[in-house]
Design a protein around this ligand. Structure first.
Ligand code: FES
Length: 273
């Protein structure tokens, strides 16, 4: 059992959990994730490790209430225990001293981006973070990002905070301003990652995307997380979750993510009855 030592609501439908998991905290590296099972019969939920504290023996996870299992998890409070937390899983982010790195995170994509940014800074890179949200009320972790990055740009779709527009508008502006960008790392909704990849491809800027497909076992056995990268089938849980964004078939990923929408709706309705 894994004890929740802190829980706070970060924004509408988004909770942050700090969980006692000393072995995972000791081993976790940027880019890696865990699979959480709320109860013995529960669905497996893949969640990126947003932060770790090996001394305290804790990891931090962000959870967005999108379906029955995440809604159930959001009902847990400080002091409660989660049945299973398995990890760290996935390949760590490949990090080197590139120069100027721009990390782009949309919504819950800030979880992988935060941990990756820690590694990017430790490697001695200059770091710009672009954080995108729909509106001001949904913003979280701007303070944490400011502690890490040399510069943080926040965008909101409706202009209620920061720059009005999308993360790609902010990225385009950096490019138009003549900034030298050596690497882009992005995580967030699939259409956002696709738009970032399309933009950087035009300018020949290497780009990595942290993918978020459906996962079941997280060990390369079930095939649920398969994605097509450069025409080849890859399993995001063991080959990723990060891949060359210019090679990812984002349209296929979007379609696969929609596959269980109807069943998820039914499960949620039953849970709320
Ligand atoms: Fe089963 Fe990746 S989650 S193969």
């Amino acid at each position: 059992m894994f004890k929740i030592v802190e829980k706070r609501e970060l924004a509408e439908n988004v909770d942050e959990f700090v969980i006692e998991a000393p072995e995972i905290a000791a081993k976790a590296q940027p880019g890696q994730f865990v699979i959480v099972r709320v109860t013995a019969k529960g669905e497996r939920i893949p969640l990126t490790i947003a932060e770790k504290d090996p001394e305290a023996g804790t990891i931090t996870l962000m959870v967005q209430r999108v379906g029955k299992s995440t809604f159930h998890l959001s009902c847990f409070e400080e002091g409660n225990c989660i049945k299973d937390v398995v990890g760290p899983l996935g390949k760590p982010t490949h990090i080197e001293k590139w120069g100027h790195v721009v990390a782009v995170g949309g919504g819950l994509g800030l979880a992988p981006i935060h941990h990756i940014c820690q590694g990017v800074k430790e490697a001695g890179n200059q770091l710009t973070v672009i954080m995108g949200f729909r509106k001001k009320e949904l913003i979280f972790w701007e303070d944490k990002m400011k502690l890490l990055a040399d510069r943080v740009i926040v965008t909101t779709n409706d202009g209620s905070y920061g720059m009005k527009g999308l993360v790609t508008d902010a990225l385009q502006k950096l490019i138009d301003d003549g900034e030298k960008i050596d690497m882009v790392i992005c995580a967030g909704p699939v259409p956002m990652m696709k738009a970032v990849a399309d933009l950087t491809k035009k300018y020949g800027i290497p780009t990595v995307a942290s993918l978020n497909p459906i996962m079941v076992d997280g060990t390369g056995m079930c095939g649920a997380c398969r994605v097509t990268v450069g025409g080849e089938t890859k399993f995001a849980c063991v080959d990723g979750p990060e891949f060359d964004a210019h090679q990812v078939d984002f349209d296929e990923l979007m379609n696969r993510l929609k596959m269980f929408k109807d069943l998820e709706k039914v499960a949620m309705e039953r849970f709320q009855e």
